[in-house]
Design a binder for this molecule. Structure first.
Ligand code: PLP
Length: 390
């Protein structure tokens, strides 16, 4: 907090070098601003920091279980925010959401089966099925009127008798869409027709930036849909506690839940004590922290949009949710856009990892001054490159 009037600080640059940070250590000793992996350069809410301090002060760090209060607050949060009534028994706590994606692929179907997803998509969607000898079938999202949308016809065409699982990312990383009820219903209709189980990764559901959009849990659409859905959620993105590792699956169907539990038993460790502590404090936080974070991210998103759209050869879509911009660099003439911007001092994610070479993902979850400096470097590099090309 900057002062005692409940204003939270999203401006101060916190030095994350030499703090065992995946994001910042990638470019150790190089002047490259890391705008790649999806964590933010902000402190977590004061309520989370206080809960962690108090727990550390206790001094005993034995095995942990999800506190009852965490289960209760999660169930109430899902009802209050999304009108989705879940039973506490449906929750399975996990030390990471990627764990949930992998366990799902292991639990659903058999080796040799097909898993279908739309690209671009968060890279573990493409790798998790392969870890369990499933085939990945991808269907490109299509760009229509400034928006990335599902191509329902192509999606249905890609389904084979071997397809068992559809993996959905909503809100979507990297294209930043918040899918509408109508879009979700169309997916549900296809999945019901072909008897597919759906894995819905909703880790970004707390980060809706557009005030006229709201998150709809896929499983909350209808009972029948809920019955075929594994929902994966976490407080980790919203409250910037990804490094602690706490997420959960919601599975109403007892058979699917049993298979999921069987697939993780003996391999996946319990959620650690500090993650449970942080998750409880995050979901219990009644301060204005999240509201102010979203204001800051909205501002950052608009800056990225305005600056990158002015760069010749680059374009981007409007980010409805997440702190990620998805940039089309295919008309830039650059063979390796990621390497080009690294040379200019900005570290972005390569679209190829998401199944879409020629694109870039920019993480704007950082103080404005860091973002402005990154955008300045990008702009300068693009204009220098253009004067050389001329
Ligand atoms: C869609 C999506 N799912 C899962 C994760 C990672 O989750 P975890 O760190 O809990 O494994 C991310 C992180 O960027 C993500 O964007």
């Amino acid at each position: 907090m900057t002062n005692n009037s409940n204003t939270f600080d999203f401006h101060t640059v916190i030095d994350r070098r030499n703090t065992a940070s995946l994001k910042w250590d990638k470019y150790k000793d190089r002047d490259i601003l890391p705008l790649w992996v999806a964590d933010m350069d902000f402190k977590s809410p004061p309520a989370v920091l206080k809960a962690l301090h108090d727990r550390i002060e206790h001094g005993v760090f034995g095995y942990s279980v999800a506190p009852e209060a965490l289960v209760d607050i999660t169930v109430s949060m899902l009802f209050e925010q999304y009108g989705w009534q879940v039973h506490p028994d449906w929750l399975i706590w996990l030390p990471g959401l990627v764990t949930g994606l992998n366990v799902t692929c292991r639990a659903v179907g058999n080796p040799g089966d097909d898993v279908i997803t739309a690209i671009p998509v968060y890279p573990p969607f493409l790798s998790a099925p392969l870890h369990f000898q499933r085939n990945v079938v991808t269907v490109p999202l299509k760009y229509c009127d400034g928006k990335w949308i599902f191509d329902f016809q192509e999606l249905e065409k890609a389904i084979t008798p071997k397809t068992r699982l559809f993996m959905l990312c909503n809100p979507h990383n990297p294209v930043g869409r918040v899918f509408t009820r109508d879009e979700l219903f169309q997916i549900a209709t296809i999945c019901e027709k072909h008897d597919l189980i759906v894995c819905s990764d909703e880790i970004h559901c707390g980060m809706i930036l557009d005030s006229d959009k709201f998150h709809i849990p896929f499983a909350g659409l209808e009972k029948d849909i809920q019955n075929r859905t594994i929902t994966l959620m976490a407080p980790s993105k919203t409250y910037n506690i990804a490094g602690l590792g706490c997420s959960f699956a919601v599975i109403s169907n007892a058979q699917i839940r049993q298979r999921f539990v069987q697939a993780l038993v003996g391999i996946v460790p319990r959620v650690n004590l500090l993650a449970n502590t942080a998750a409880l404090a995050a979901f219990s936080d009644t301060s204005q922290w999240l509201k102010q974070l979203l204001d800051c991210l909205r501002d950052n998103r608009d800056r990225v949009f305005s600056e990158v759209s002015k760069m010749k050869g680059f374009s981007l879509c409007h980010t409805e949710a997440t702190y990620l911009s998805w940039i089309d660099a295919r008309k830039s003439g650059l063979e390796d856009p990621t390497g080009f911007f690294e040379n200019a001092g900005v570290g972005l994610s390569d679209g190829a990892e998401f199944g879409s070479p020629g694109f870039l993902r920019l993480n704007f979850g950082c103080p404005r001054s860091t973002l402005d400096e990154a955008l300045r470097r990008m702009k300068l590099a693009v204009s220098n490159q253009q004067s050389i090309a001329r």
